[in-house]
Design a protein around this ligand. Structure first.
Ligand code: DGY
Length: 448
C-alpha cells in the first residue's frame, strides 16, 4: 500500500489559515489566545496584508477599527471583544466613564502608531473604483479627526512631534528607552516593597500572557508592573497629557510613532487630494512641522535617530530598530541616509543571520528572545523594506525581504523571532506576521 506523503504547507497557505482562524467577524485579533481583542496597528497591518487578496475584508477590518473612535477623534489602541470576559484589562481603562468614548463598546483610552491612513490608502487602491470612492469618502473625515486629535492633544505646544504618555502607545512596548524612563519614576510604596523583596515573580501566577508563552520571552514582571502603575496613574489624569503630573509621568516624543505619523500624514493628504478635499492649511502646517522636527531627533555623533524626553529635551540615546523608520518617512538627508544604511548593514549590530534585531546585538540590553528587547519583528522589517525601496536600495530591500520570508517559512508565522538562530517566539499564529508575509510574497521588489 502506498503511504500518502503530506506536502509541506506553503507559507502563503499557512498565513491564510492563521488569518481565517483569528478572524472575528469583521475584524481580526492578533492571536486567539494571547491577544483576543482588536488592536490599532495590528488591524492596519492585517488590512494592508489582505488588501490584494481580499480588499472587502481589508476595508471591513479598518471600518471595524474605527467603530472604536471617540467623538474627540482619538482612535484607541484597543477595542475590546464583547465575547471575551477580560475584566482585568477593561478595568484599567474604564472607557465608558469618558463622555467622548463610544457607549456600546469598551476601548482603551490611549492610542498606538497611527497607521490607519496608510492602510486606508492601500486598501482603497485595491478596491474597485466605485467601492474605493465610497470607502475613502467614509473614512476621510474620521482620519482627519484622528490626526487633528493627535496634534491638538499631544502636541499642544506646537513642537512638531507627538508626545506619548505610555509605552503601549509606541507599539514597541518594552523597548529599552521607555523602560529606562519608567524605571526612573518614583514608585508607589507597595511596588518598592514588591521589587525590594523580589516578590514580583508572584505576579506570574495572575498574568495572562505567560499562560501561553514562556516567561523568558515576555516582558519582565518588574517592567510589567511599572507599566500597569503608569496606566493607573494616567487614568487619574483622565489620560490627558495636559493633566499629567510632570514628576510621576513619562512623556516621550517617540521616534517610531512620529516616523510612522509622517508616512500616515502623506497618505492622508493623498486620500484627501483624490477626493478633491485638500487638507486645510492649519493641519498642513502641523504635518510640515513634524517632518522638520526630525532633525532634532538626529544625533550626529551616534549617526542615528533617537526618541526624546518631551520635558527635558534630552535624547534617549539607546539604539533600537526604530532608528531606521525615518527612511520610510522620507525625512532623511543624503548623508543621514548613508549613515543609516551603513548601520543597517553592520553585522556586529543590526545585521545578524536573521535581521533586523529590535535592539542591536552589541547593546547591553540585547536579549534575543525577550519581546522588544532584541527579537526580529516582521512588521519592523516590512516598514524598513518600504524605506529601502523608497531610497532606491532595491538589492538590500530584496535581501531583507528574502531573509524575512525565510524566517516565516522555517519557524511559522510567529509573533517574533530570534535574530541569531531564527527560532520562532511569542504567539505562534500571529496575525500581522501572517498578513505581511502575504504582502511580501506578492510584492517582490514592489514600489513600496
Ligand atoms: C500589543 O500588545 O502591543 C499589540 O499591538 C498586540 O499585538
Amino acid at each position: 500500500m502506498e503511504v500518502p506523503t503530506s506536502e509541506p504547507v506553503s507559507p502563503a497557505r499557512r498565513a491564510e489559515e492563521v488569518l481565517a482562524r483569528n478572524r472575528r467577524g469583521d475584524w481580526t485579533c492578533p492571536s486567539s489566545e494571547l491577544y483576543p481583542h482588536q488592536w490599532l496597528w495590528d488591524s492596519c497591518f492585517v488590512a494592508m496584508g489582505l488588501a490584494r487578496s481580499d480588499p472587502a475584508r481589508a476595508a471591513g477590518e479598518l471600518r471595524s477599527l474605527l467603530r472604536g473612535q471617540w467623538s474627540n477623534g482619538l482612535v484607541p489602541h484597543m477595542v475590546f471583544s464583547p465575547d471575551v470576559p477580560d475584566v482585568g484589562s477593561r478595568r484599567i481603562w474604564q472607557s465608558t466613564r469618558h463622555p467622548e468614548a463610544p457607549r456600546d463598546i469598551h476601548t482603551s483610552c490611549i492610542t498606538q502608531p497611527p497607521l490607519v491612513a496608510v492602510a486606508a490608502l492601500r486598501v482603497g487602491q485595491a478596491l474597485e473604483p466605485a467601492d474605493r470612492r465610497a470607502f475613502l469618502v467614509e473614512v476621510l473625515p474620521k482620519l482627519i479627526a484622528y490626526h487633528r486629535w493627535l496634534y491638538r492633544e499631544r502636541d499642544p505646544h506646537r513642537r512638531g512631534l507627538i508626545t506619548l504618555i505610555h509605552p503601549w502607545e509606541c507599539g514597541l512596548d518594552t523597548t529599552p528607552p521607555w523602560m529606562v524612563a519608567l524605571r526612573r519614576l518614583p514608585q508607589p510604596w507597595w511596588m518598592r516593597l514588591v521589587t525590594g523583596l523580589r516578590l514580583a515573580r508572584v505576579v506570574r501566577f495572575v498574568r495572562r500572557d505567560t499562560r501561553f508563552v514562556p516567561a523568558a520571552e515576555r516582558v519582565s514582571e518588574d517592567d510589567g508592573l511599572r507599566m500597569l502603575v503608569l496606566a493607573h496613574r494616567a487614568r487619574r489624569s483622565g489620560f490627558r497629557l495636559d493633566r499629567l503630573p510632570p514628576d510621576s509621568s513619562v512623556q516621550i516624543e517617540d521616534l517610531a510613532f512620529n516616523a510612522l505619523l509622517v508616512v500616515s500624514n502623506r497618505a492622508l493628504r493623498e486620500i484627501a487630494a483624490e477626493l478633491g478635499e485638500p487638507i486645510d492649511a492649519e493641519l498642513g502646517e502641523r504635518f510640515a512641522a513634524t517632518e522638520q522636527a526630525f532633525d532634532e531627533l538626529w544625533d550626529d555623533r551616534a549617526g542615528q535617530y533617537f526618541s526624546r524626553d518631551a520635558r527635558t529635551d534630552a535624547l534617549l540615546t539607546m539604539p533600537t530598530v526604530a532608528t531606521f523608520l525615518p527612511l520610510w518617512s522620507g525625512v532623511t538627508s543624503a548623508a543621514q541616509t548613508e549613515r543609516l544604511l551603513a548601520l543597517l548593514r553592520d553585522t556586529v549590530r543590526f545585521w545578524p543571520a536573521y535581521p533586523v534585531p529590535s535592539v542591536p546585538l552589541d547593546a547591553p540590553e540585547f536579549d534575543p528572545t525577550r519581546y522588544w528587547k532584541g527579537p526580529t519583528w516582521v512588521n519592523m522589517n516590512w516598514a524598513i523594506i518600504q524605506g529601502l525601496r523608497a531610497h532606491g536600495e532595491t538589492d538590500l530591500a530584496e535581501e531583507l525581504r528574502r531573509r524575512t520570508l525565510d524566517l516565516v517559512t522555517q519557524a511559522g508565522p510567529c509573533e517574533y523571532f530570534s535574530p541569531l538562530d531564527g527560532e520562532g517566539l511569542g504567539a505562534e499564529d500571529f496575525s500581522w506576521t501572517a498578513a505581511l508575509t502575504l504582502d511580501l510574497l506578492a510584492d517582490p521588489g514592489g514600489a513600496g
